[in-house]
Design a protein around this ligand. Structure first.
Ligand code: HPA
Length: 245
């Protein structure tokens, strides 16, 4: 949009019309994964936005309206999409379904990590309330529902803090060691941003992560394994979205 042009539909980053998104949203990082989730988890899915290649779809899951929208990578990107969904489209719940790198030996590739808190090196945690570092945590209702759903999952599921990093190629072994000794399960790049936005906008959020690689052992999933193993986290995430609706 250029200066002076009047926006008749959508937000700066979403081309969808009011009502195009369901109140419940699954949010992978990758747009192609959003399309795959729409094709495999949603019934009667239709595409509602594609601005900058960030694909969004709305359909239903187990008879309940549900959407999926990609977040892109990193905290600045996820905060844009989550804010616009909560603020302009009546979205109530967003569950991130992404990948993460395992930190301790007790977490392996393919495991699922549900983020009960998100540490971050992003300034976002200090931007929201003057003079303090805000705790970035998920909705307890979504967390509890995900934990319940995980009990029937055929893979190892861990619940604990993650580190949402601003720098994928961060080369600070001592920092990761300190995080490991303080119980941090995995590193990714978006959960803290999503939790901060949910807190600021009065929405509910959670991150359910598939471990795609291990920081110390070097263990990593192939592209194909990422797709199939990812489905377990999506199933847990979708069940959490449906809690008490
Ligand atoms: N670092 C940050 N984000 C990630 C990683 C990682 O090692 N793996 C998957 N997402």
């Amino acid at each position: 949009m250029t200066a002076g042009e009047v926006r008749t539909t959508g937000t700066p980053h979403l081309a969808a019309r009011p009502g195009d998104f369901a109140p419940l949203v699954l949010m992978p990082g990758d747009p192609r994964r959003a399309r795959r989730i729409a094709e495999t988890f949603l019934e009667d899915a239709r595409q509602v936005t594609d601005v900058r290649g960030i694909l969004g779809y709305t359909g239903s899951h187990r008879g309940v309206p549900m959407s999926v929208l990609a977040s892109g990578m990193g905290i600045p990107s996820v905060t844009i999409y989550a804010t616009e969904l909560f603020r302009h489209y009546g979205v109530r719940r967003i569950v991130r379904v992404g990948t993460a790198g395992a930190i301790p030996a007790s977490v392996s590739a393919r495991d699922v990590v549900i983020a009960s808190a998100a540490h971050t090196d992003s300034s976002l945690s200090r931007l929201l309330v003057d003079g303090l570092t805000l705790s970035l945590a998920p909705s307890y209702r979504l967390l509890r529902a995900a934990a319940d759903a995980a009990e029937t999952a055929p893979s190892a599921v861990h619940i604990g803090p993650v580190f949402s990093s601003d720098h994928f190629y961060l080369d600070r072994p001592a920092l990761f060691d300190a995080l490991r000794r303080r119980g941090t399960l995995a590193v990714e790049m978006e959960a803290a941003g999503l939790y901060a936005v949910a807190c600021a906008e009065g929405g509910e959020a959670l991150a359910v992560l598939t471990v795609s690689d291990h920081l110390h052992t070097g263990e990593a999933l192939t592209a194909e394994e990422r797709e199939t193993d990812f489905d377990r986290a999506v199933r847990i995430a979708a069940a959490a979205l449906l809690a008490d609706v």
